[in-house]
Write a protein that binds this ligand. Structure first.
Ligand SMILES: *Cc1c(COP(=O)(O)O)cnc(C)c1O
Length: 444
């Protein structure tokens, strides 16, 4: 584990690692903040050293598409916080997902995935991987039996999210991990909505953890980026993954798992998949993510508290049909929240307004503090009305199939004063009510 920062054997706490893991004062200048190594390439000491780097016999900087010191500090920090053996950063969350899967998949392979995933992920799995002849079975993620029965001999991964959207469903990670391992496949978890402060899936048996760093890790809505963390515990030589275990034609016959042991998957992810896909994280974005992570524990506490405050407020409003926050009384996910998310169930949830699409539109348009946009995990509070934006093309029937109604609103609760957030929502609710009242008056 990358938990130890010095040789004393002390395991530093999460908050300490959020500030220090992966970074020491710059050896060249003494700079205490992480320098932005804005360079494409690195001078080799001599040709022998260069050859050793390219043969992966020694670890050293060659070219910033593959590694960079600022990016490396970010990778090490996230690996430490997630309790993984290492990490590889990417230009976006979607690039990280694609790379994590490309590293283990071949045409004709199969994946089992949760049905209620981030929209971009569903599209990527279904259409992009579909084009490469990878088959996906989407299952009801709440049903362990659905995961189990969907597994086939060519299943190469189970894929889910810690906190799903828009239903706020919490994945029973330990149960699904056990099902995956029975079949000799890894469990991949997108932990973006929880962040490692609220949940560390590797501690519950997940093998690979993915983040869109764009969200809570960065925390300020400034940069796009992603990262893949691996536990180092999965046996890639179990016969199901010749792609990882056997000599690789793409790296002059190197057998990654045998050569690098617990680092085999990550080494292949970096020196083959990242090298060939080219979706490298920029050093500047890595610098901003490192800065963001320093305050992750403090921010998440406030995100969680504000989100609960907003959810409780909404649950009492007559214009609100239901609030889908996993930690509210009556939520079917309470036992799972208690087990996997004892510090809180995140800050992204949805609720349903009475009055359908029109009420939703009026609500959104009358908000002042809440920004109407397609992002989550920002210090600023964000709101979106799926029926008039991201899911605009869908009919009402198609919407409800995805758990989205005309009046569904998704919130990402930020760090502002709770009173101000409630004040603004109150204004939106009055605007929405004017629609329902008008409809009721016409009906009379
Ligand atoms: C945003 C997001 C992604 C995609 O990440 P990008 O950085 O936008 O590519 C994947 N999963 C979840 C849960 C997300 O919120």
């Amino acid at each position: 584990m990358a938990d130890h920062l010095d040789d004393t054997g002390r395991e530093f706490g999460f908050d300490t690692r959020a500030i220090h893991a992966g970074q020491r004062p710059d050896p060249a200048t003494g700079a205490r903040a992480m320098p932005i190594y804005q360079t494409s390439s690195y001078v080799f000491e001599d040709s022998e050293a260069a050859a050793a780097y390219f043969n992966l016999q020694e670890y050293g900087n060659t070219y910033s598409r593959i590694m960079n010191p600022t990016v490396a500090a970010f990778e090490e920090r996230v690996a430490s916080l997630e309790g993984g053996v290492g990490a590889v950063a990417f230009a976006s969350g979607l690039a990280a997902q694609a790379a994590a899967l490309f590293t283990i998949l071949r045409p004709g392979d199969h994946i089992v995935a949760a049905r209620a995933l981030y929209g971009g992920t569903t599209t990527q799995l279904k259409h992009f991987l579909g084009k490469l002849s990878v088959e996906i079975t989407f299952v009801d993620s709440d049903d362990p039996n659905a995961w189990r029965t969907a597994i086939r001999p060519n299943t190469k991964a189970l894929y889910g999210e810690t906190i799903g959207n828009p239903g706020g469903n919490i994945l029973d990670i330990a149960t699904v991990a056990a099902i995956a391992h029975e079949a000799g496949a890894p469990l991949i978890i997108d932990n973006t909505f929880a962040s490692p402060y609220l949940c560390r899936p590797i501690e519950w048996g997940a093998d690979i953890v993915i983040h869109s760093a764009t969200k809570f890790l960065g925390g300020h809505g400034t940069s796009i980026g992603g990262v893949v963390v691996e536990s180092g515990l999965f046996n890639w030589s179990n016969g199901r993954f010749p792609v990882v275990a056997e000599p690789s034609a793409a790296y002059h016959g190197l057998a990654f798992h045998e050569t690098f042991g617990v680092y085999g998957y990550l080494q292949k992810l970096r020196s083959e998949t990242l090298r060939d896909l080219g979706a490298a994280l920029s050093p500047f974005n890595a610098f901003l993510f490192l800065l963001g992570i320093e305050t992750l524990p403090l921010r998440m506490e406030r995100h969680v508290a504000n989100a609960l405050g907003v959810a409780r407020f909404l649950a009492e409003q007559p214009q609100v049909e239901r609030v889908r926050h996993p930690a509210l009384p009556g939520s079917p996910y309470l036992p799972l929240v208690e087990r996997y998310l004892p510090r809180g169930a995140g800050a992204i949830f949805s609720f349903d307004l009475r009055g359908g699409r029109e009420a939703g539109q009026h609500f959104i348009e009358s908000l002042e503090l809440w920004s109407h946009l397609a992002n989550v995990g920002d210090a600023k509070s964000l709101v979106i009305h799926p029926a008039s934006t991201t899911h605009r093309q869908l009919s009402d029937e198609e919407l409800s199939g995805g758990g989205i109604g005309g009046g569904t609103i998704r919130l990402s609760v930020g760090l502002e004063s709770l009173d101000d957030l409630l004040w603004d929502l109150g204004r939106g609710l009055r605007a929405a009510a004017s629609v329902t009242e008008r409809v009721a008056a016409v009906a009379d």
